[in-house]
Design a protein around this ligand. Sequence first.
Ligand code: CTP
Length: 410
Amino acid sequence: MKPPVKIALIISGGIAAYKIPELIRRGRERGMDFTCIMTEAASRFVAPLALAAVSGNRVLDDLFSLTDEVEMGHIRLSRESDLVVVAPATADIMARMATGQANDLATAVLLATNRPVLIAPAMNPAMWEHPATQRNVERLRQDGVAFVGPASGDMACGETGSGRMAEPGEVLDAILDQIRRCEGPSGTHPLAARHAIVTSGPTHEAIDPVRYIANHSSGRQGHAIARALADAGARVTLVSGPVTIADPKGVDCRHVVTAREMLEAVETALPADIAICAAAVADWRPQSEERNKLKKDGSAPPSIRMVENPDILARLAGHPTNRPELVIGFAAETERHEEHARAKLTRKGCDWILMNDVGATSGVFGGSHNRVMLLRADGTGETWELMEKSRVAQRLVDAIAARLADGDGL
Ligand code: CTP
């Protein structure tokens, strides 16, 4: 019999906490074992004894309880589970997670864990929509936290809108989804022992000491892919141009500025099984960087002579000795999308290309969502619906794992 999936279930103080005993009961029927950790406020909405009875385990609620620390320190607790789930997740606990606080057992576990984290937000619609909460959601997504819900509808507070905790069945489906993603069908990490190189972000090409040529890439998609590969067990080298987002957890991140530095970092990181070029590399750079700042001296504006940058994706795909088994590029297109992307796939010699529409109205650059089409060198392809960049990353990693497990399907 399969051992139960171990869940550290953090319950924070929202009215939706009343759904947790049902979630636990149904989760146990589906092979899950829950250890509940409550915030102080949670115990006003659901009785610790009820959770202990329904889970069959002790309920933990105090960081400073000596017995808990001796028997099961919060570090151990945070690492022994397969998944950490926060349900319901209030605006308050999300804010504390986003800022890395550890002022009670729940947040200490969340800060110490090296396991995937899934959260089910639940709050009043105005609190959910508040820019501060949305900033925290974005921050947590960047940190690799997965979300289920919130749903829309009538709230306990009498208002209507988005903020209701996802139903127990939905939370359980999301839990199993996360577990499958991390384990693979055979129960092991699907990309264990694989090395993946990911490029991400823009490059900056200097004109003079104060000016440079760049583009709108935020690095969100590439960073999300690096994180998803790491969650699937791969050793990941992320080569990133200048971005304002944090390095993903569990990834070896090399910071570069120019295309030439990016190429050098990628070549140094070889060999690899998988290469994913998500960076928006500048195609050209000024032929020479001015030593001093260009001044307006009353004459005509300067003309800048450009030269081509090395194509990192094409180099990897055509590498004479160290070509990764699977080389994947991105195609940022604004018109005749599939046709241009297919031409790029052939020209660059990669195995797959993910086409994304970066037209002015797409909101892809800097946004949280992406609509992509996966095109393969064998002529097949599929269109994915509009989804969060973290979901695109997970879907891509699932496809990579399936492809490497098959050994064919290029
Ligand atoms: N790429 C790269 N090195 C470059 C340019 C692009 O590795 N010097 C990679 C990108 O990371 C992406 C793919 O090539 O995976 C496609 O980049 P894109 O800018 O969309 O295409 P271009 O090669 O610039 O072609 P075009 O200008 O025709 O759109």
